[in-house]
Design a protein around this ligand. Structure first.
Ligand code: CA
Ligand code: CA
Length: 144
């Protein structure tokens, strides 16, 4: 399925801000399936680039009281975090909001996909990618 915007800034039922449209899923998927679901909407798993965007995500997650996948992964190269949608490597100059002690690649098998984690006040956590969580898709709007 491919949503066509047909002149509208955002698909119906997506949250619109000045820079993006967001879809907060009500279903739960593993990280890879969540990525594919966003692609099917011609969107990406959300890429959080500043505190304002992070606050929008955390407020929604807090209200629903659910974890959400975001677009960060270190599946390819352990410890190298990539925003999957734009294939951008996360650098120390870029905005992050990891919970203290995260990412910890915990649980033996490793944790390679990032989520907003309710146990950590919806700050970022690395989690096992096969876990089924809700997810946030994003469409960047053209800069006006
Ligand atoms: Ca990892
Ligand atoms: Ca973790």
């Amino acid at each position: 399925m491919s949503l066509k915007l047909s002149g509208k800034p955002c698909p119906d039922d997506w949250l619109k801000t000045s820079s993006s449209c967001y879809y907060f899923s009500t279903d739960s998927k593993n990280w890879t399936d969540a990525l594919e679901a966003c692609k099917a909407f011609d969107s990406k798993l959300v890429e959080i680039s500043d505190i304002d965007e992070d606050n929008i995500m955390r407020t929604k997650a807090r209200n629903v009281y659910s974890n959400y996948w975001i677009g960060l992964t270190d599946q390819r190269d352990e410890g190298v975090w990539i925003w999957s949608g734009s294939n951008t490597r996360l650098t120390s100059e870029m905005y992050t909001n990891w919970s203290p002690g995260q990412p910890d690649d915990a649980r033996g098998r490793g944790e390679d996909c990032a989520s907003l984690e309710k146990r950590y006040s919806f700050r970022w956590n690395d989690e096992e990618c096969y876990m089924k969580l809700r997810y946030v898709c994003e469409i960047n709007l053209p800069k006006s």
